[in-house]
Write a new protein. Structure first.
Length: 158
């Protein structure tokens, strides 16, 4: 059984006819060629597949398309076109937080979600804010420092 699902994707109205149980992660990658949203665990545990849904961070491997009807989805491809997204991404690059890069789209989404609710977070706030996102490469110190750098450079953006 398929159903038409309409939603806003990175600022544009889109629609797709698919099984409402198809995962948002698969729709983003297979139907919209948005490969910045990664799959690692596939079980909601690692954050690699994070996007913003109506401004809140979600793991797309756990979200069926039926739950996306009428929602606003922002992926890393949309976020990177915004000043806020650019500020976070540049801070991650300058702060040395990126090694293999696989976790970074999800980390940037988590950083945006955190800064939107807490523009000047403490180290503990940042560690809590990214606690749903796993990095297998860097350890977390450089990521925490990079989020702090983004908050400092982006004062007034959030
Ligand atoms: S792939 Fe979705 S949380 Fe890990
Ligand atoms: S930079 Fe490689 S998993 Fe985080």
């Amino acid at each position: 059984m398929t159903r038409e699902i309409r939603f806003i994707l990175n600022g544009e109205e889109v629609s797709i006819t698919c099984d409402p149980l198809k995962r948002l992660l698969d729709v983003l990658r297979e139907d919209f060629d948005l490969f910045g949203t990664k799959e690692a665990c596939g079980e909601g545990e690692c954050g690699a597949c994070s996007v913003l849904k109506d401004g809140k961070i979600i793991t797309t491997c756990m979200v069926p398309m039926g739950a996306v009807q009428g929602c606003e989805i922002m992926t890393i491809e949309g976020l990177r076109e915004t000043l806020r997204g650019k500020t976070i991404i540049e801070a991650f690059a300058d702060g040395g937080a990126v090694q293999c890069g696989f976790c970074i789209p999800g980390m940037v989404i988590a950083a945006e979600s955190l800064l939107a609710s807490n523009p000047q977070p403490t180290d503990d706030d940042i560690r809590l804010g990214i606690s749903g996102n796993l990095c297998r490469c860097t350890g977390y110190d450089l990521i925490v420092e990079s989020v702090k750098l983004a908050a400092k450079r982006g004062k007034g953006l959030w």
